[in-house]
Design a protein around this ligand. Sequence first.
Ligand code: DX5
Ligand code: ZN
Length: 218
Amino acid sequence: MEIKIAPSILAADFGRLAEEVSAISEAGCDYVHVDVMDGRFVPNITIGQPVVAALSRVTETPLDVHLMVDAPERYIEQFAAAGADVVTVHVEATTHLHRTLQAIRGAGARAGVSLNPATPLSSIDWVLDDVDLVLLMSVNPGFGGQTFIPSTLPKLRALRELLGEREVEIEVDGGVVVDNIAEVAAAGANVLVSGTGIFGGDDYAATIAEMRCRCAPI
Ligand code: DX5
Ligand code: ZN
């Protein structure tokens, strides 16, 4: 599957968010990854629907909205209406996962499901035909700038196997940087989220180009 680079705006300068999002779009990213945190499912609080709506007016790049929120089903309509192209919920945060995924598609967005590092793949066994994207967390969610957890690599390979021929994107989020992106892609991920790995440098276009180059099959 085509490699997609998804900068996480959690590491952007929030005081200049519109400029930052324009800059990564012009730098050639494929998704803008938006981390929504509720201070309950994860310790931090970040941003919500009004910011997603504002960003959708600033960029044409698809918005990949990662809800780290308890009972995310309460907000699906609102995020889809705000312009989210992908809405991803955590399997640990929603009791009726199947219904939640259907609600995302029903609201006109693509449906994503995310698993924390300790959550087994078997938790999504019976929704594989109801998702457009599976997001494996490679850090415990809540903060940017953490170190990639190595057990994500065999988990990615197992997920690729589990999905079989399905056209489902595999996204990895947390601690992905230029130096490890090749092995993450080789393990089966096609959507690579990177926050500090992109916004931490000065030349977004060069970093994104280098990431793409490292993911290219040899
Ligand atoms: C973690 C977030 C990630 C994070 C990635 O809770 O979901 O998207 O911002 O940031 P880095 O790439 O800095 O680990
Ligand atoms: Zn994220």
